[in-house]
Design a protein. Structure first.
Length: 202
């Protein structure tokens, strides 16, 4: 996929499915963070929720010893080789999760409201440029606030039909009905079955 796919273009929130990126889960001791940062060419954040970006490569700290690495699909081999070179001196776990997840961008004047309805994470407490692991409805997710009115949401492929149906139907509501109808959609969407948007499943 070379360009994003717009799934909802009307209403208070737009939903775009983003192109597939190279994505890795990195676990290593905080004491080895500096060495890994040098190998990767960007400073791995040392606080949960912080994000570092350099060129096409980004890293978000999801836990005291956990980072999610994203880059262009063509850079997957570069990430693997860079960290393999320091493994003997700085043991770590690097698992590619590219095909496990799908990322959507939620944007628009009521994107934060949609996030607050279907996720326990309060977007009002998230500054732009920060992120966190959370839930979207019942699906494990990584939520990043890019700007005041734009978020990215990464969820496992197996939850895509349920979660996108929930979000898509909520965005189709007129603005004055959006808030209370979103709550209804949460309960209703659990009974709806749709074909997966991706052939990849975990």
């Amino acid at each position: 996929m070379n360009a994003h796919s717009r799934l909802a273009a009307k209403g208070p929130v737009q939903i775009d499915r983003l192109p597939l990126a190279a994505r890795f889960s990195l676990r290593l001791a905080m004491a080895d963070r500096v060495a890994a940062s040098a190998a990767l060419g960007l400073d791995l954040p040392d606080r949960i929720g912080q994000i570092a970006i350099k060129s096409s490569r980004s890293a978000i700290c999801l836990g005291p010893d956990e980072w999610q690495l994203d880059d262009a699909a063509t850079e997957a081999a570069s990430i693997r080789s860079a960290l393999a070179a320091i493994y003997a001196a700085h043991p770590h776990s690097l698992v590619e999760i590219t095909d496990r997840e799908v990322t959507f961008r939620l944007s628009g004047p009521r994107a934060a409201e949609l996030v607050s309805v279907v996720s326990p994470r309060d977007p009002a407490l998230m500054a732009p440029g920060t992120g966190a692991r959370t839930l979207f409805d019942v699906a494990q997710a990584v939520l990043i606030r890019e700007t005041d009115d734009a978020f990215t949401l990464t969820i496992w492929n197996s939850f895509v039909p349920r979660s996108t149906r929930l979000a898509f139907d909520a965005t189709s509501m007129p603005a004055h009905r959006f808030c209370w109808m979103s709550a209804f959609v949460i309960a209703w969407a659990s009974t709806v079955r749709r074909e997966p948007l991706s052939r990849h499943t975990p």
